[in-house]
Ligand binder design. Sequence first.
Ligand SMILES: O=C(O)c1ccccc1NCC(=O)[C@H](O)[C@H](O)COP(=O)(O)O
Length: 268
Amino acid sequence: MSDKGSTYLDKILAAKRAELAAPRATRSGALTDRELLELGARLPRPRDFIGALREGPRPGIIAEFKRASPSAGALREGADARQIAMLYAAGGATCMSVLCDKHFQGSLDDLRTVRQSVALPLLAKDFILEKTQIVEAKRVGADCVLLIVAALPAPQLRNLIEFSHSLEMQVLCETRDEAEIDRAMAAGAKLIGVNSRDLQTFELDPDRAAKLRKYVPKSFTYVAESGVRSIDDALRLRDSGADALLIGSYFMTAEHPGEALRELVMAL
Ligand SMILES: O=C(O)c1ccccc1NCC(=O)[C@H](O)[C@H](O)COP(=O)(O)O
């Protein structure tokens, strides 16, 4: 629990709201919904993030670029986004996730660098609360955005999913229990993530994604997020029916991230 009894997620979201309320260098901060839609529609067409996961080998690997995290601190200080992206692409990643939040020593510039370096479909891993962030993510080359169910009231969740889809962007809807899975599916999500890390306390429940798999029909794409610390963890999640694994720390702390990824892909 962080200061004043708020959770870590509350603290990160409060910082994001303050960031969004501050004057912005980009135009999107002052546009109407219609203008945002028109601006976003003029940007290059996104890649098919979900299609890559469903058409590639199962489980797909979403390899994450993450220099640091609130729970673990520094993972790979000063890591070069272009270098890691190229190692992930060569190592067999299906897609990439790029942490774009300052609490992870990340930024949208990192996503732009990754976009300019590899052809993999990209997930903007950020704390998205409003449409301008979706347009900004598309502007720097994201194909998919993260929406955290725990951070968004139902109407806002649906609104942001519909807006993303109107821009041909896909959404990874992140959940942590059966009720949130139901909310995500009711809101129109087609890509459902279960985070084994509790974002309020950082506790890891290595069985959460396997336990919740039965609540998501096969017509949806199911992503097990966080907590893979070995090939055995990956094999167990594969056997539990995950369509994709989102893995960050395991690769980012490896001496040779590309080799660690290649070894895991070969084992699956
Ligand atoms: O990773 C954290 O400490 C964290 C804290 C608060 C909100 C989100 C956080 N992580 C984002 C993620 O979910 C992970 O970066 C991603 O799932 C990969 O997890 P891992 O493979 O365990 O690094």
